[in-house]
Design a binder for this molecule. Structure first.
Ligand code: COA
Length: 152
């Protein structure tokens, strides 16, 4: 699968329906439509999407607090995972942010999310802390730890 760099573009509110489809297919506790709408309304949030052909197959949202940025989420549609698209999108995002003066990145990730942790490590993120029982799970009685990771 060959995806060119110009197949990454800024997200717009017209992508909302597709974002929800991908989010619901890929995430354990998906963001709501309202959360996406808040992202589009926020001055400090920025989103990019990655296309395969004309179809949006993944996206990333960041929150910018200069000179730092938080990776809020990165999601690739299940049928397109594992072929390098997540890494391509994250690499593009970090380069775009760096051009705008960002020099430190941080994020939280579920301790069990091996794919995401593998992606972040492959881009140089390091685990610097644990937030105990931070995430809800599909079982209301069980919470899951978050790893705090940073890249400088
Ligand atoms: C996490 C996610 C975005 C990764 O995207 P992807 O396109 O599948 O990942 P890539 O194919 O680009 O792989 C990038 C790196 O991640 C690592 N990786 C990917 N899948 C992995 C897995 N299942 N286990 C361990 N490491 C994995 C690999 O080390 C790879 O690095 P390499 O190419 O240098 O070997 C994708 O799995 C996803 O959308 N998951 C569901 C949503 C989610 O959990 N998002 C993160 C929290 S918001």
């Amino acid at each position: 699968m060959n995806v060119q760099a110009n197949d990454i573009r800024s997200l717009s509110v017209s992508d909302l329906e597709r974002l929800l489809v991908i989010e619901q297919a890929a995430q354990q506790t998906p963001w709501s439509e309202d959360t996406f709408r808040q992202c589009f309304l926020s001055d400090s949030r920025k989103g990019w999407g990655i296309l395969y052909g004309q179809v949006l197959v993944g996206f990333i949202w960041v929150s910018i607090i200069e000179p730092e940025a938080e990776i809020l989420e990165i999601v690739i549609a299940p049928e397109f995972q594992g072929v390098g698209l997540g890494k391509k999108l994250l690499r593009y995002t970090l380069a775009a942010l760096e051009e705008n003066g960002i020099n430190k990145y941080f994020l939280e990730v579920r301790a069990s999310n091996e794919a995401a942790i593998g992606l972040y490590r492959s881009m140089g993120f390091e685990k610097v802390g644990v937030r105990k029982q931070y995430y809800s799970t599909i079982n209301v009685n069980i919470k899951e730890d978050a790893y705090l990771m940073i890249l400088k």
